[in-house]
Design a protein around this ligand. Structure first.
Ligand code: ADP
Ligand code: MG
Length: 250
């Protein structure tokens, strides 16, 4: 089966500093890929390249086998197929929950309010937030806002969802409710690329782990293998840090 997204030899520099130094990645239908790696290794840049927010300096980017380079690429349409959720939920403070969710479906996709709102309400129910549809972001907890941000992305009917450390800014008691929503999506077959530092979750959700170090994919494979017997010393050291922290949590 042809991958949905395919990166080949991706390179990206900022101010002469090469942040991605030749990355190859394929994302297939229904696959859940977890991207791990130390801070600054290029994970966020990789995700931004994956939905075309960040133009690569070198390399190719294919979407359903079609190479996306040069002029005339319908980025607007393609980006609608690739949903992204960030660490900061970025809901519009002056819009209530429903209006935040419906902005894209109505303004960008030009769908009817009736149809889009029905979908929004189904999605809100799925994440347990039906009662909040008229609330404003400031009236919601961080975990609730992040679940709304996920619903907002889902309501565009993306083929792939990208998640960039979406629980990193949350208080610990809210992390679980967001991870559960993501786990539910994975179980329903959503194609996902997830950057996270939640190792237990990563292990539970991943079909494939991609470990990045200093702008390259240092190691890639089955989570059962990666988490028990990583192949590289760098990955071993990375995992050891998390084991130490988890043992403190006890
Ligand atoms: P990660 O998400 O793994 O922490 P990032 O992809 O955010 O890593 O960043 C990798 C490196 O690229 C860092 O050194 C960061 O400072 C740099 N970087 C990322 N985005 C930009 C940008 N827009 N301008 C300049 N430097 C950037
Ligand atoms: Mg990052």
């Amino acid at each position: 089966m042809e991958p949905i997204l395919e990166l080949r030899g991706l390179r990206k520099s900022f101010d002469g500093h090469e942040v991605l130094r030749g990355v190859d990645l394929e994302v297939r239908q229904g696959e859940v890929i977890v991207v791990l790696g130390p801070s600054g290794c290029g994970k966020s840049t990789l995700l931004r390249c994956l939905n075309g927010l960040e133009p690569a300096d070198f390399g190719t980017f294919r979407f359903h086998g079609r190479e996306l380079t040069g002029r005339g690429v319908p980025w607007r349409e393609i980006r609608q197929k690739i949903g992204m959720v960030f660490q900061r939920y970025e809901l519009f403070p002056h819009l209530n929950v429903l209006d935040n969710i419906l902005l894209g479906p109505l303004k960008v996709q030009r769908r009817s309010r009736e149809e889009a709102q029905a979908q929004a309400e189904r999605l809100l129910e799925r994440v347990g937030l039906s009662a909040k549809k008229h609330a404003f972001p400031r009236q919601l907890s961080g975990g609730q806002q992040q679940r709304i941000a996920i619903v907002r992305a889902l309501c565009m009917n993306p083929e792939v969802m990208l998640f960039d450390e979406v629980t990193a800014a949350l208080d610990p008691e809210m992390v679980k409710e967001v991870l559960e929503v993501m786990l539910g999506l994975a179980r329903q077959g959503m194609t996902m690329v997830i950057v996270t530092h939640e190792m237990g979750f990563a292990r539970a959700v991943a079909d494939r782990v991609v470990f990045m170090d200093a702008g390259i994919i240092a190691e890639e494979g089955d989570p059962a293998v990666f988490f028990t017997k990583p192949q590289t010393e760098r990955a071993q050291r990375f995992l050891d840090q998390f084991l130490t922290i988890e043992s403190w949590r006890g």
